[in-house]
Design a protein around this ligand. Structure first.
Ligand code: CP
Ligand code: NVA
Length: 303
């Protein structure tokens, strides 16, 4: 029998702060078990449908390997090979797929599309990146911070660059994990007001990246042109000149500051090679933790 009211993960605000903390604790525990070679297969005979309308390396592989490790199976569904790409309504796709699989992960453009899918799904739906949010990345980022430095509560995070989906999820994380977020964006690339406004007590917005980085415990950036913005690349390169995370910027942060980037990165654009490849850059742990964090998420949603 199907669950009448499945739990979804479309934004970090769908879970309580307590649930998010439990999730990252569990992620670290699953990571320890994985390293110890302890088999943990609670999702035997369960299937995750993975709809990708944008490219992916980390998200696809972390969900697929994670499902295998949990004893289940993951199904890669691209619009080019399914009726989704030929115009079958998202609501109908949700009704059909959710009668066959146990969970659905979606990477697409509009946030409204994952919400419409979820509204018609019998099974949990996970946002695996939209133009608005990337919540799965944030649970991995928070896990990574906790593993390296302990609780992020009361710490200062600097977001340098585009007010994009990752920036929006950092704004939500500032609310849920209770940290200060200093955002530095060029004019015209601010985060959206409906996302920022409810977090005004936790966030500052400046045009000065050096000011945002001052005293930061964590410095984060992302590409200047996200998926779907390829034709804006040249204009964005000009607008974001001066927003590179480099050694001079990291000098302003606390001596113990970490650097994160969701990847893929462009060395020499949003981050210098010297920063991404230095020891206090934790981008590889951050990428690996996608798998552990999403295993904890799948276990929680399907448990
Ligand atoms: N960070 C991230 O989501 O990477 P992919 O685009 O490779 O999935
Ligand atoms: N902001 C980037 C993140 C990629 C993981 C994008 O949306 O393309």
């Amino acid at each position: 029998m199907h669950n009448n009211a499945p739990r979804h993960f479309l934004s970090l605000l769908d879970f309580t702060p307590g649930e998010l903390h439990d999730l990252i604790r569990r992620a670290s525990e699953l990571k320890r078990m994985h390293y110890a070679g302890e088999a943990h297969t609670p999702l035997r005979n369960r299937t995750l449908g993975m709809i990708f309308e944008k490219a992916s390396t980390r998200t696809r592989v972390s969900f697929e390997a994670g499902m295998t490790q949990l004893g289940g199976h993951a199904l890669f569904l691209s619009p080019g090979d399914t009726q989704l790409g030929r115009g079958e309504p998202i609501e109908d796709s949700a009704r059909v797929l959710s009668r066959m699989v146990d969970c659905v992960m979606i990477r697409t453009f509009e946030q409204a599309k994952v919400e419409r899918f979820a509204a018609h799904s019998r099974v949990p739906v996970i946002n695996a990146l939209t133009d608005l949010f990337h919540p799965c990345q944030l649970i991995a980022d928070m896990q990574t911070y906790f593993e390296h430095r302990g609780d992020i509560r009361g710490r200062t995070v600097a977001w340098i660059g585009d007010g994009n989906n990752m920036c929006h999820s950092y704004i939500n994380a500032a609310r849920q994990f209770d940290f200060q977020l200093n955002i530095a964006c060029p004019e015209g690339f601010d985060p959206q007001t409906p996302v920022l406004e409810p977090a005004r007590d936790r966030c500052t917005l400046t045009r000065d990246p050096m000011q945002a980085a001052t005293g930061a415990d964590l410095v984060v950036t992302d590409v200047w042109a996200s998926m779907g913005q390829e034709e804006e690349q040249a204009r964005r390169m000009r607008a974001f000149a001066g927003y590179q995370v480099n050694d001079a910027l990291m000098e302003r942060a606390n001596p113990e500051a970490l650097f994160m980037h969701c990847l893929p990165a462009h060395r020499g654009e949003e981050v210098s090679a010297s920063v991404i490849d230095r020891p206090d850059s934790v981008v590889w742990d951050e990428a690996e933790n996608r798998m552990h964090a999403q295993k904890a998420l799948l276990e929680m949603l399907l448990g």
